[in-house]
Every structure is written in C-alpha cells, then in structure tokens.
Design a protein around this ligand. Structure first.
Ligand SMILES: *Cc1c(COP(=O)(O)O)cnc(C)c1O
Length: 394
C-alpha cells in the first residue's frame, strides 16, 4: 500500500476519516443535504446574512461594476475602492484607527502572527486557539509558548520565564469549538505588564457578542488595549475574506510585511461588497444579534430539559460533548436521520477524547424548531446509550 492509502486506512480505522456532504441552495435554517431536507445547525452564517436579498444584490452589482476578481494583489494593481470602503467601515465599527483586508481568516492569522513575532521572540498562544493561529505560530520564526486554556496564571508563568522576549499574546475571543470567551481582562493586564502586543481573533464574536455585535473585545471595553483584532468576513458577515483592525502604523507594517497579504490576490470585489452590505445591515438592524442570543438560549434550555448539558456559556456555539469519535459520529448520523444536521467534531479539530456535536444556531431559526431539535438529540442520545454518559459541561 502507498503511504497515502495507509494513512487513509488508519483514519478510517480510528473513526477520523472525513468526507464532504453536499448542500443544495443557499445557507439558511433549512437546506437540502445530500438530497434530504434538514434543519441546518452547523452553519457559521449566524445572522442569516449570506442569503439576504440586499447582500446578494450588492455582490451582483459589484460583479457588474468591478468584475469578478481583483486581478492582482493589493500592492500591485488589485486595490480598488470597495476594498478601501470596507476597511474604513470595519475600522469604524470596531473602534480602531484602521483595518486591512486579507483573503481569509486563515491567511490573516498566518500573516499577522508571523509578521509580529520574529526570530528570538516568544509568542504566547492559548491551547485551544484555532488551527490558523497554531499555523501562524508555526510559520513565525519566534518560539511558541502554549498556555493552558484560559489559564492566566500559566500564561503569567510563561511570560516571566521568557524574561522580556515576549512579543505577542494571541487568543480566540470566542473559542471556535467550545464557545467560551477568553479572559480578555487578564490577557490585557499581562500584555501591559510584560510589554507584549495582544491580538484577539473575533471570528465567532463579531456579529454575535458585544454592543451591536462589535465583538468580545468591545464587550469587555478593551479596544484601547488590544493591538490587533482579527475577524473573518465568512461567518456572521456572510461573505468571504477577513480583516485585521489595528493602529495606522501597525496596518502600514502589516501591509509591508505580512506575506499572506503581500503575496496573495486581493479579495474579489463581489465578496468585499457583500461583506460591506452585511455590515451595513448589522449596524442598521442590531436586533439580529439579540435574536441569535435568544436562539442559543432556547437550544441550550431544550437540551437541558433532555438531560443534555451543553457548554459554551451563552454563545451561539453550543457544544455537546460526547468523548470518543465513534459515538460522536453515530450521534451525528442518528440526528441526520431525524432531519437535524449538526456536524460531529473530532480530532485534530479538538483534542482526543473531547469529540462533540457542535450545534451552532442562527438568528433566523425559530425557537420551536430549536426545541424540537433538542428533543431529537435527547432521543438519539438515549437510543445510543449516551445518557447520562454525556457530561454536563464541555
Ligand atoms: C473560521 C475561523 C478562522 C478562519 O477564518 P476563514 O475566513 O474561514 O479562513 C480563523 N479563526 C477562527 C477562530 C475561526 O473560527
């Protein structure tokens, strides 16, 4: 057998092999999955904006006016008015001096971390940070100190040990697979005390948390203390691409040194215009954020009534921890048979032994359908003998 075939066989044996499922139609509370209608509970289109008529129209109009693609990187000839407009609007929304667009959140983290953490320095990263942050740390020439999840004391110990070489602390704002919020006050205090920069990834916080959906940093009132806020346009903002908000000086530095910015084509005008339209809708109709939170509460309450305690605090990410990959995927399949689509999450996305069903709700779900989904999850878990083995908190 070739090494590829061998590795694939290993993945199958350990229940970690993945395959693509096909969604028909736009994202929304209901989609057709592999030919079957399902309630969609694992989309990051949290505010239901990707299918919004105004957002679709903005993308279509931009395609007609500016073309389908940007044609080059921003520094060559791909910098257009839509890019500048969106950057200004994002910076104002987040309360920062400036913003810089990237091709995706993955690229934003890779580029920003490697630009800010050079040889001889130390970058501090939460153990549950998103894979794109992990890869950004790997790409950086700095050493990485991985601190225990949300553990400010462990971080402080690492900072002391680095003896002044610390250059950057980086954390998810809302953790992508757990839904909990980083201890931002502690991170800001430690960054200040040790002369480090602080970077927060708001992929799951923008549009979901804080005043008007401005994110976890704004919710904590820490915009002055967080040097870089990264966010994606691909989740609550319903499009594709990403941004880093920072001072004008830091933006200038990233624009010159972040390799994933310099050496990659500028985001396509239709995607940029769609994100701008979403942002305008979010600012005009902040009630969407409240609906998202109410829906998260409805699903959690429904699960609790079934004896299934979910984690994730109050966020729209509702993880139901199962443990091993096999039973997690069995529960996922059983739910699918019941018309509920919530993806099972396994290693390497989460640490071994912490596989889970990760429900994510949208502002456009109905409370009643979420409670019904919770009932089905309860039934499926009981049929599979997973109750009361499902722990109360993820
Ligand atoms: C989704 C996600 C990213 C990646 O963003 P993309 O725009 O999808 O590449 C980065 N960080 C976190 C925390 C995420 O959840």
């Amino acid at each position: 057998m070739s090494d590829v075939a061998e590795r694939l066989a290993e993945l199958r044996e350990s229940g970690l092999h993945r395959r693509l499922r096909l969604v028909e139609g736009a994202q929304g509370p209901h989609v057709t999955l592999d030919g079957r209608p399902v309630l969609l509970l694992c989309s990051n289109d949290y505010l239901g904006l990707t299918g919004h008529p105004r957002v679709r129209e903005a993308a279509a109009k931009a395609a007609l006016e500016w073309g389908a693609g940007a044609g080059a990187s921003r520094l060559i000839s791909g910098n257009m008015a839509p890019h500048r407009r969106l950057e200004e609007r994002l910076a104002a929304f987040k309360g920062y001096e400036s913003a810089l667009l990237f091709g995706s959140g993955y690229l934003a983290n890779m580029g920003t971390i490697s630009a800010l953490a050079g040889r001889g320095a130390v970058v501090f990263s939460d153990e549950l940070n998103h894979a794109s942050i992990v890869d950004g740390c790997r790409l950086a020439r700095a050493e990485t100190f991985v601190y225990r999840h949300g553990d400010a004391e462990h971080l402080a110990w690492g900072l002391r040990r680095a003896g002044g070489r610390g250059s950057l602390i980086v954390s998810d704002g809302v953790f992508s697979m757990d839904g909990d919020v980083a201890p931002l006050e502690d991170l800001a205090r430690l960054a200040r005390a040790h002369g480090c920069r602080l970077m927060v990834d708001e992929a799951h916080a923008t549009g979901a948390l804080g005043p008007g959906g401005r994110g976890s940093v704004a919710a904590a009132g820490l915009s002055e203390e967080v040097d870089v806020v990264v966010g994606t346009l691909g989740k609550a903002l319903g499009s594709y691409g990403a941004y880093a908000c920072a001072s004008a000086e830091l933006r200038d530095y990233l624009l010159n040194t972040a390799r994933s910015f310099v050496f990659s084509t500028a985001p396509p005008p239709p995607a940029v215009a769609a994100a701008l339209s979403s942002l305008e809708l979010l600012e005009a109709e902040p009630a969407r954020v409240g609906r998202l939170r109410a829906n998260a509460a409805a699903l959690r309450e429904g699960l609790r009534d079934e004896g299934l305690g979910a984690g994730g605090g109050e966020s729209q990410i509702v993880p139901l921890r199962v443990g091993e990959a096999g039973p997690t995927m069995a529960l996922c399949e059983r739910l699918l048979e019941q018309g509920v689509f919530a993806q099972g999450i396994r290693p390497p996305t989460v640490p071994p032994g912490s596989s889970r069903i990760r429900f994510s709700v949208m502002a456009t779900h109905e409370g009643a359908e979420l409670r019904d989904a919770a009932r089905r999850a309860g039934e499926a878990a009981r049929e599979l003998g997973l109750v009361p083995a499902v722990p109360l908190a993820a």
